[in-house]
Design a protein around this ligand. Structure first.
Ligand code: NCD
Length: 338
């Protein structure tokens, strides 16, 4: 995005701005360009925070004195609240900016909002925005010591969601992704979650990644992403270990991409009957919000193979891991030099 707010194509160089000169995470903008080692470090760090979250007093002093601002220009339930809880459990001070009552509604630009919040000495911004590239734009314009975490930009990227999904898979299926068949089903075209998941699954060397959707909901770029594409759901989920369902993102759809919700459910809905085709111990995932009876049958969403609410819980540990890695960089550097 440039200063007038126009979205431009993300250049490959942009991936690199999230790492410092030592290869440590400075911002967390996208999974692209990150290696297996850094993804595994996020997962291992999240594992250590999971025990904090199980304690009676769910708090550690790691980010005491740091200020984190949540800047959500799009609706959110799970992501915004788990970021807030994660920051509070790390003892940071948290500002939740309500965009509908902020000066954005009076015409203030993203850059001006950012500069004003920076003048309040914020150390980190967690941002969700409808424009692809918004988080990269902010990362390019903040002061050197300030970090940006992408909480979802347009259809482009949602890296912390992908990492909590990888954490969920690892918890339930083990760390060897090589032996897994993972099926991602539904509105891939508008899904920043699916794009980030595919990058993360590929980086962790997943054996078989499958995309299942009607042709109108498959973006052209998946051809170069090393996944197999299925239009037939029954065929696509056969013997899957992990099934990830996605919501139809109607707010991002222009024109008629679907005949009707009823027909979509008939062809791509995850029903108990369809579950029979996956492995008997397959897990069912969904980033939420779920639309019961549109992409998933209620009894499957609430069933014994569903880990949808576990994903929400794990989101806190994973976000604690990312925030502590990004803001704990200086401490880590000092420790390494000592
Ligand atoms: C997703 C998002 O906002 O990209 N939800 C989430 O972050 N948990 C998916 C969606 O909105 O369907």
């Amino acid at each position: 995005m440039n200063k007038s707010g126009k979205v431009s194509q993300l250049a490959k160089d942009d991936w690199n701005i999230q790492l410092d000169a030592h290869g440590r995470l400075k911002h967390f903008l996208t999974i692209e360009g990150l290696g297996t080692e850094i993804l595994n470090t996020i997962l291992d760090t999240a594992e250590s925070f999971a025990s904090v979250n199980d304690q009676h007093v769910k708090k550690v002093p790691l980010l005491r004195g740091k200020t984190i601002a949540n800047l959500f220009f799009e609706a959110s339930t799970r992501t915004r609240n788990t970021f807030e809880l994660a920051a509070k459990r790390l003892s940071a001070d948290v500002l939740n900016i309500n965009i509908s009552t902020s000066a954005t509604s009076k015409g203030e630009s993203l850059l001006d909002t950012l500069q004003n919040l920076q003048a309040m000495q914020c150390d980190m911004f967690v941002v969700r925005h409808a424009d692809s590239g918004a988080a990269h734009f902010m990362a390019r314009h903040v002061a050197e010591h300030v970090s940006i975490i992408n909480a979802g930009d347009g259809c482009h990227s949602h890296p912390t969601q992908a990492m909590l999904d990888m954490f969920t898979i690892r918890r339930h299926k083990g760390a060897d992704f090589g032996g897994l068949r993972v099926a991602i089903v539904g509105d891939i075209l508008h899904s920043r979650v699916a794009r980030s998941q595919i990058h993360a699954l590929n980086t962790l060397n997943t054996g078989d990644v499958r995309i299942i959707a009607p042709t109108t909901l498959i973006p052209a770029e998946v051809e170069n992403m090393g996944v197999s594409v299925f239009n037939d759901m029954d065929e696509g989920i056969r013997d899957a270990d992990v099934i990830i369902m996605l919501r139809l993102q109607k707010e991002r759809m222009q024109g008629a991409l679907l005949p009707s919700e009823a027909e979509f459910y008939q062809l791509y809905g995850l029903t108990e009957r369809r579950m029979q085709r996956a492995k008997p111990d397959a897990i069912v995932m969904h980033p939420g919000p779920i639309n019961r009876g549109v992409e998933i049958e209620s009894s499957v969403a609430d069933g014994s193979q569903s880990v949808i609410l576990n994903q929400v819980t794990y989101g806190i540990s994973v976000r604690m891991a990312v925030m502590s890695m990004v803001l704990g960089r200086e401490a880590a550097a000092m420790e390494a030099e000592a």
